[in-house]
Every structure is written in C-alpha cells, then in structure tokens.
Design a protein around this ligand. Structure first.
Ligand SMILES: [Zn+2]
Length: 241
C-alpha cells in the first residue's frame, strides 16, 4: 500500500472509531463511560478516544496507544480502562476492534447469575458462548487487562459482572455491531425470564444445532448492513437521546 493510500485508510479508520463510540452512547450501551478502539493494521498500536463520554468522541482527538499502555500520539488523557484494549490486542493478533461498554441488560444478566443464552436469531452470533469475568471493579491495570483478556480467550465477547461487556472482533465495525446485538439479545432474555415468572427452565433457548444455524450474524454482509443503520441513526439522534 502506498503512503498516500495508507494515510487515507487511517483517516477512514479514525472516522470509524469516532462513530463506533458515538453509536454505543446513542444506542444506550453507555452514557458517560465506555469506549471503542481499533488496531492500526499491522501494528501493536490502536486508536482510542480521550477520557470523556463515548458520545463526545471525535476523529481528530483520538489517541494512538500501544499494547503496553503508552500514549504515542495525540493530546489528552486516555480512558483509565485503556488496559482492556491494550491487553486484548496484545493477546489476540486476530483482533482489529474492541468495544467496552456498560449496557444495562447485560449487567442485569450477570447480577442474576444467568449466562447469556441464544433466544432469538441475532443472538446466534454468540452460539460459541459468552464467558464471564466475575471480578467487579474497573480494569485500570495491566494485570487486570491480562486477566480479562484471558477470560475472553478466543471468544468474541465477555460479560463483566456488575460492570459491562467487552467485544473483540476483526474490526471496529464488527465489534460495535456485536456489542449492540449482545445487549439486544440480553434484553430479550430478561424480558422472556420476566414473562416466564423468572423460571429460566421455561425459556426455549436455541439448541446448539439451531444456534449454529444462525451463527452467521456477524458475517461481513450482516455487519455492513447493521453498521449502515447504526451509523445513520446515531448521527441523526441528538446526544443522550
Ligand atoms: Zn468499564
């Protein structure tokens, strides 16, 4: 890739990261807290926003941070949970995008001891299971970042008890769509549990075979369509709405 093409690709990536942050705020996955990042392809560095609401992120103010947590360029302080991103990128060379958010339905599931279950078609994206990081509190050290990355393993999402979620996929668009789908799926699971009087055994969770049949919900084609919608809707919606 020529230097010019590389610089154009980086500008586009900056736009995606800013938009991913705005999407997670506008869609209720985070309010004042939460952050999305993207690996700069072929490097051990990533783009992440400064320490403010994801709803206020902008392409021009993103920082370049490395997997050791060092800020290499940009002005301002990174989010204190930068270690989530740094250590997931360090552990997973296949990951190009990470989203960390505090979506309420996911947090509720962790606090009633219910693992995520596939209960609707889009939930099929998580047929491989969503692991849980049980320890409460923020991920503000390299060691905690490593622990979280270990819990995530080779998966695409981890639930963090009483705290939120982290998704990790090949690019920031897919990681953002995954975060939105996981919250939608968790909200449905909670609604179903409530309708079933809290009896989890009454939920008609998809069998492994059924879930596998719907496991393409984060394919490039589906992600492109979902991202187009989330991006357009997030940009139309006023901050905090
Ligand atoms: Zn957090």
């Amino acid at each position: 890739m020529s230097a010019l093409a590389r610089s154009g690709a980086l500008t586009a990536l900056r736009g995606d990261v800013a938009l991913a942050n705005i999407i997670i705020e506008r869609f209720g996955l985070s309010n004042a807290f939460g952050h999305a990042s993207a690996r700069i392809p072929g490097t051990e560095t990533f783009l992440m926003p400064t320490r403010r609401s994801p709803g206020l992120a902008s392409a021009a103010t993103l920082l370049v941070v490395d997997t050791e947590g060092k800020v290499l360029s940009g002005r301002g302080t990174p989010n204190s949970e930068l270690w989530i991103h740094a250590r997931v990128y360090a552990a997973r060379p296949d990951v190009g995008g990470v989203v960390h958010a505090h979506p309420p339905a996911c947090v509720c599931l962790t606090q009633i001891g219910q693992p995520h279950r596939v209960v609707h078609n889009q939930g099929g994206a998580f047929e491989g299971g969503v692991t849980e990081y049980e320890r409460i509190g923020l991920i503000r050290t390299r060691e905690l970042g490593d622990l979280l990355a270990h819990k995530l393993g080779a998966g695409i999402a981890v639930m963090m008890r009483g705290h939120g979620i982290t998704t990790a996929l090949s690019d920031v668009r897919a990681a953002t769509v995954a975060a939105c789908l996981l919250e939608e799926s968790s909200q449905l699971q909670l609604d179903m549990l409530a309708a079933a009087g809290g009896d989890a055994s009454r939920l008609r969770a998809y069998t492994r075979e059924e879930a596998e049949g719907m496991s393409d919900q984060l394919s490039p084609r589906v992600v492109a369509r979902a991202w187009e919608y989330y991006a357009a809707a997030a940009q139309k919606r006023p901050l905090g709405a």
